[in-house]
Write a protein that binds this ligand. Structure first.
Ligand SMILES: Cc1cc2nc3c(=O)[nH]c(=O)nc-3n(C[C@H](O)[C@H](O)[C@H](O)COP(=O)(O)OP(=O)(O)OC[C@H]3O[C@@H](n4cnc5c(N)ncnc54)[C@H](O)[C@@H]3O)c2cc1C
Length: 399
């Protein structure tokens, strides 16, 4: 039996689930994606996509759409909170595309999501089905849904996010609160004209908090994300309403640019930031996890979605040309390729909880010196230069 006959079920139709379905289809592997939501929608916010994943998204057929709707920022700048001085400027734009063979994009999530959805084969996606239970045997996995219906599969991929039900099969852990919540907003670009001079990602770093802005929607909107330290806030939902006046107050003594930015939105959402520890094992014989279900990480390195796309390509490569008997070996290979890399990205994301929020003083000055000395694109080789398919080839050769 060849791999085309493997019955694959994906639980969750977020970026990870949809990218996996597309990556499998590239190798002639059909799957069914089960999503709990009755209606599909992505949150009203932006996402940064770096070359390690845009290269793959282009391969999955999204190049035309992304080039049309996304913005290619010219640089990532890190600036000081009180005087707006530049701590580090990493060039992006054409230099990035030339160096890494793929662009850096900032994009509205709905645009990315729509691009993934429209590439999906008809009949793949099933809405309004929440997975509640998985029963694995030597012959397959039975997947139970909240409405009482069942399906069976040779392989189940849990792409069901930070609250993953599928992950429960592997470990009993809980989301870990970071002590920070984040305000998010989309602002009409004309309200912050100083950000229209050059499309770029800007991070302002200050004591206890940081603030990020970048253009999306062809430059018509500015995505704002601004953290606040918060020992109490726990509502983990994109839709939690924040108060615009609380956001403005949290940045009231920052540089005028940040004050202008944080007082510009009409509405803000507020979300408590969680992650979970790295998993020691990602798979059973027939069940695995991907994206936030595998490695929910803090957004302080802007890599959660990028890593999910890498996961998708690697998993599909590992399942290429294997029959049902080869699934377990394929999952071992997938885990061996992905676990070390995602653990490292996860570690750096968590470390940024401290590094991005230092009080002015010796540690902050050391950080700023280090930032300035690692501004070149080449310093991002390990991250942006990662070739997901080559990683599988290397792992296979070393078997
Ligand atoms: C503030 C913020 C900023 C970020 N910025 C960036 C960035 O710039 N770049 C970047 O790469 N990443 C970023 N990230 C991270 C990124 O958003 C996530 O890593 C990514 O969206 C995870 O996608 P996913 O598909 O794994 O999970 P999710 O998006 O959570 O999707 C999971 C899906 O599974 C469904 N589901 C859940 N349970 C079940 C069930 N039992 N049965 C059926 N369906 C189910 C859900 O409804 C959902 O549709 C950011 C995150 C935050 C919070």
């Amino acid at each position: 039996m060849n791999s085309e006959r493997i019955r694959i079920v994906i639980v969750g139709a977020g970026i990870a689930g949809l990218a996996t379905a597309l990556a499998l289809a590239r190798h002639g592997l059909r799957c069914h994606v089960f999503e709990q939501a009755r209606l599909l929608s992505e949150v009203g916010a932006g996402v940064q996509l770096s070359p390690n994943s845009t290269r793959l998204l282009h391969q999955l057929g999204l190049e035309n759409r992304l080039r049309r709707v996304a913005v290619q920022p010219q640089a990532i700048e890190m600036r000081r909170w009180d005087d707006n001085s530049v701590l580090r400027r990493t060039p992006l734009g054409a230099a990035c595309e030339q160096h890494f063979g793929a662009p850096y994009y900032t994009v509205h999530r709905a645009d990315l999501y729509q691009g993934l959805l429209e590439r999906l084969a008809a009949g793949t996606l099933h809405l309004g089905l929440r997975c509640t239970e998985l029963r694995e045997s030597r012959r397959g996995v039975q997947v139970q849904f909240a409405d009482g219906s069942l399906t069976t599969a040779d392989l189940v991929v849990g792409a069901d996010g930070i609250h993953s039900r599928v992950r429960d099969v592997l470990v009993r852990d809980q989301p870990r609160y970071s002590g920070h919540s984040i305000y998010r907003a989309l602002i009409p670009a004309e309200r912050v004209p100083f950000l229209r001079e050059e499309p770029k990602v800007v991070l302002w770093l200050g004591p206890g908090r940081h603030c990020v802005s970048y253009p999306v929607s062809g430059g018509n909107q500015i995505n704002l994300a601004a953290t606040v330290p918060d020992p109490c806030w726990r509502a983990e939902s994109w839709s939690a309403q924040g108060k615009t006046e609380d956001l403005a107050r949290a940045y009231a003594d920052w540089t005028p640019e940040v004050r202008a930015l944080t007082s510009a939105p009409d509405v803000v959402s507020r979300w408590a930031l969680h992650d979970r520890d790295c998993l020691h094992r990602w798979s059973t014989n027939r069940i695995t996890v991907i994206g936030d279900a595998a490695h929910p990480m803090l957004p302080f390195f802007a890599q959660g979605a990028n890593q999910a796309v890498e996961d998708a390509i690697v998993l599909a490569e590992c399942l290429r040309n294997v029959g049902p008997e080869g699934i377990t070996a394929g999952l071992v290979r997938y885990e061996n390729v992905r676990r070390p890399r995602t653990c490292e990205v996860h570690r750096r994301s968590r470390a940024n909880t401290t590094a991005l929020h230092l009080r002015d003083g010796a540690a902050q000055r050391d950080r700023d010196t280090a930032l300035a000395t690692h501004a070149a694109l080449g310093d991002q080789e390990w991250l942006y230069g990662y070739d997901a398919e080559a990683a599988v080839t290397a792992a296979t050769a070393g078997r």
